[in-house]
Design a protein around this ligand. Structure first.
Ligand code: 0A1
Ligand code: ZN
Length: 859
């Protein structure tokens, strides 16, 4: 009936403007006739006025065509509704009515992968945040909860698996049309962003789980044909997650079936749709031949994350999208706790600190800086950020530290008791925590409203037998507006000479300045922010002797690792490896190489060379060359003196059993760190060691370790090994992604030819986000030397890529642009080059996603 040209009005929305919905939709019946280019969706909605008003019903709508509208059985004439600018406005008054809307959509043309689309021949959906409106006109906002009954009509021969949320209630074949209709009902009211449907031809892995109250739940994992053998780890992870949530939080699964569908085309990691999770296949499929230990960890933690959303997100959901961290910060915190319980808690903390320092601190110092509960949004998809997710999780963790394990659990219990079935705010969560513990958290809640990373300046003095640590907090450049945050500091006091512990505790800084006083006659030094107890930057000048003492003696392994990182940063800032800091670092690393008795997992981390981004964190103006130099000079100096020891140790290590458990993972990661160090020493012998590690590797983890190390040795070996890998694993997209990632990380001008070569292979489908991320995302993120080359070639490469990708998949483009957003932190020449790219982009037609980022960067 009416065509709509949806405009991408780049208009901001503000948290402060929230108003409750003018209408509610208690029930939603959908009938979806699947067709690749002309899918018909008939939505029968019970719509009722919410409160007293005379507003028209205004639905969010981004469908191809609105074909027909009926209200209480009566068709609307064209002058009774308007479909334009993403809204369908119905101008007929009613208190409560049955509204039927028939619309048409084109899944095949949907390259943005939001709404209903085709992934390698299978129909699937992605509705968070605002994708449902691309399927059917609706009140597409998280505070409108509805009970869905969904009928999907399709050819069962082509699509034997036809799925939607909840329980299967009917299935019928129409013998005239030959089509089958399948009806699902989800008894739990949910917002539209949790809607999902799938139709495809899959292999199915089935299992069961008996919940703590004795209900049997059917567990179903749907994967592409031929991939069944790759789904066991996902199933085990799911069962572990279900069990963990019962034991830790008393939370039981609530439907009779839990389905996971793995698809190849997906913009993010996975999605927690009620009872029907849709996953990027990267986070489901794994066996030791094709997946690394990191991949195994990824599968386990993403399966857990989506499962935990069933309570934190689905049963209690968000009132509006500004509250995203309510579900994401909390669910990330819960999946972090789970991973720590399943594996090594120190390694988990190291990895969280890395994400915070390299990605979140950078985001918070850049133009897209926002509080974990943002105040202003143009494109919601741009706010699935490390700030909302990871800093959000750190904020929950600080509450956990302040309230203790049992206080936190009391708060969670009260939160569910109060809000089950509701759409609520971050303030509601903090209130539940405060009320359950009789604690005033009003000051603490500033963490939700203030953006930026607090900088903690530390000063230590000793007067008589009182040792004082003075803290002062601020954010550079924001002194007037900065409100003091509540900052828990876990600490340990060590004797400066013996390294013995004198005291251990938690100090909570609540004002701009605060003092920790310790009575002691000993000469002491403090280890601060144990376990990364707050997401802050620490400004502290410690003498090298204290740094060394902490590296060798702190009880908390996280802090030993952390001090070593500080030392790396000092060396990068000095810009030379033979200064005092450089010599200390080299000596520390040599000690660690030689100290075989250290815990292998920690030793592997200590011997890992920090990423470019983590060293960049130490600079106000990032010195690209100094960082690159530090990352090669230091390991070269270390191996100069230890290569024989490393070779011996590698030779003695022998084969590690393939099983995925923390002992084996630690051995393999130690081997990777040692191989990487060894690759900084000269000689043909190293090449032959790497080749032999690759050839004899019993699993993908070791193959990738050899490949990563070979990146340091010129292009011949790495190209050779990549070709070998390609031959042995042809037509395996997840292995192909690893090849792309490694090739794109190569430091040399040849990298452009290498990327061209891999992009020309049959496996490289440029409309698949995993391929783009693996090849070009890796170039931008993991190849600082080439990306930041002074010729500007890397930046130009990204510019062309962004223009291409944005036209098809704006979400993907908006993620690739991130490294350019920090352009102001580089030197003058690079600033000019990067700014040039942003300026040129700003004068072209951009998606809302890219528009918001480009324009905020140039503002
Ligand atoms: N809620 C999911 C993440 C997610 C968000 C947006 C998506 O598409 C735009 C897809 C997934 C999670 O936290 O896992
Ligand atoms: Zn999530």
């Amino acid at each position: 009936m009416t065509d709509s040209v949806s405009t991408t009005a780049n208009q901001a929305k503000y948290r402060a403007d929230y108003t409750p919905p003018a209408f509610l939709i208690p029930t939603t019946n959908l009938e979806v006739k699947l067709d690749p280019e002309q899918t018909q969706v008939k939505a029968s909605l019970v719509v009722e006025k919410n409160g007293v008003h005379n507003n028209s019903l205004e639905l969010d709508a981004e469908v191809e065509k609105v074909v027909q509208i009926e209200i209480d059985g009566e068709g609307l004439s064209p002058d009774e509704f308007v479909y334009e600018n993403g809204k369908l406005t119905i101008n007929r008054a009613f208190e409560k009515a049955q509204v039927v809307i028939v619309s048409e959509i084109n899944p095949k043309a949907n390259t943005a992968l939001e709404g209903l689309y085709l992934s390698a021949g299978a129909y699937c959906t992605q509705c968070e945040a605002e994708g449902f409106r691309r399927i059917s006109p609706f009140l597409d906002r998280p505070d409108v909860l509805s009970i869905y009954t969904v009928t999907i009509i399709a050819d069962e021969e082509q699509y034997p698996h036809i799925l939607a949320n909840g329980n299967l209630i009917a299935k019928q074949k129409d013998h005239k049309t030959g089509l089958t209709s399948v009806t699902w009902n989800d008894p739990f009211p949910k917002p539209s962003y949790l809607f999902a449907m799938v139709a495809g031809n899959f292999d199915l892995l089935k299992d069961t789980y008996t919940t703590i109250s004795g209900r049997e739940v059917s567990l179903e994992i749907y994967v592409d044909k031929g991939n069944l053998h790759l789904s066991d780890h996902a199933m085990e992870s799911l069962k572990k997650s279900m069990q963990w949530d019962e034991a830790k939080y008393g939370l039981e699964y609530d439907l009779d079936t839990y389905m996971i569908v793995a698809v190849d085309f997906f913009n993010m990691g996975a999605m927690e749709n009620k009872g029907l999770n849709i996953f990027n296949s990267k986070y489901v499929l794994a066996d030791e031949k094709t997946a690394t230990d990191t991949d195994y960890h990824g599968v386990e933690s993403v399966i857990a994350h989506e499962y935990f959303h069933n309570w934190t997100g689905n049963r209690v959901t968000c009132r509006d999208w500004f509250q995203l961290s309510l579900k994401e910060g909390l669910t990330v915190f819960r999946d972090q706790q789970f991973s720590a319980d399943m594996g090594n808690p120190v390694l988990e903390r190291i990895s969280h600190a890395r994400v915070m320092r390299t990605m979140q601190f950078a985001e918070d110092a850049g133009p897209m800086s926002h509080p974990i509960r943002p105040d202003k949004v143009i494109e919601m998809n741009n706010f699935y950020t490390v700030t909302v997710y990871d800093k959000g999780a750190e904020v929950i963790r600080m509450m956990h530290s302040l309230l203790g394990e049992s206080g936190f659990r009391k708060g969670m219990d009260l939160y569910f008791k109060r809000h089950d079935g509701q759409a609520v705010t971050c303030d509601d969560f903090v209130s539940a925590m405060a009320d359950a513990n009789n604690k005033d958290l009003s000051k603490f809640s500033r963490w939700y409203s203030q953006s930026g990373t607090p900088e903690l300046t530390i000063q230590e003095t000793k007067t008589g037998s009182v040792y004082t640590v003075e803290f002062s907090q601020r954010i550079y450049g924001r002194d007037d507006a900065y409100k003091a945050l509540t900052i828990p500091v876990k600490y340990e006091v060590l004797n400066k000479h013996t390294g013995q512990q004198v005291e251990r505790g938690v100090f909570v800084l609540e004002e701009h300045k605060g003092k920790l006083e310790i009575k002691t006659d000993q000469d002491v030094v403090t280890v601060l922010f144990e376990d990364f107890s707050s997401p802050v930057k620490v400004k502290r000048s410690l003498p090298l002797s204290d740094i060394k003492l902490i590296i060798n003696n702190a009880s908390d392994a996280f802090c030993r690792w952390d001090m070593l990182q500080t030392l790396w940063q000092m060396v990068a800032k000095e810009g030379k490896a033979d200064g005092e800091a450089g010599r200390t670092l080299v000596n520390c690393l040599i000690d660690i190489v030689l100290k075989q008795e250290l815990d292998p997992a920690i030793r592997a981390e200590l011997l890992t060379i920090p990423s470019f981004q983590s060293l960049a964190e130490a600079f106000d103006e990032i010195n690209v060359d100094a960082i690159l130099k530090t990352r090669t000079l230091i390991p070269s100096l270390v191996t100069e003196q230890t290569q024989q020891a490393i070779r011996n140790e590698l030779a003695e290590m022998g084969p590690v059993n393939n099983d995925y458990n923390k002992e084996n993972v630690a051995q393999r990661s130690l081997k990777a760190s040692l191989l990487n160090l060894l690759s900084f020493s000269d000689g043909e012998e190293v090449k032959s060691i790497l080749r032999s590690v690759y050839d004899n590797a019993p699993n993908m983890t070791e193959r990738v370790s050899a490949l990563n190390a070979s990146l340091n040795l010129g292009d011949a070996l790495v190209q050779d090994l990549l070709n070998q890998m390609h031959k042995s694993f042809s037509q395996q997209p997840l292995v192909f992604d690893k090849i792309c990632q490694i090739a794109a990380s190569y430091n040399g001008d040849e990298v452009y030819q290498m990327m061209e070569y891999w992009a020309s292979q049959e496996e490289f489908d440029p409309s698949n986000p995993n391929r783009i991320r693996s090849l070009y995302g890796a170039f931008v993120m993991r190849n600082p030397a080439q990306f930041h080359a002074l010729s500007g070639k890397g930046y130009l490469f990204l510019e062309r890529l962004l223009t291409d990708v944005d036209a098809k998949n704006p979400q993907l483009a908006a993620r690739l642009i991130d490294p350019l957003l920090s352009y102001q932190r580089y030197d003058e020449q690079r600033v000019a080059l990067m700014k040039g790219v942003l300026l040129r982009l700003s004068s072209t037609e951009l998606s809302k996603d890219l528009y918001e980022k480009v324009h905020s960067a140039l503002a």
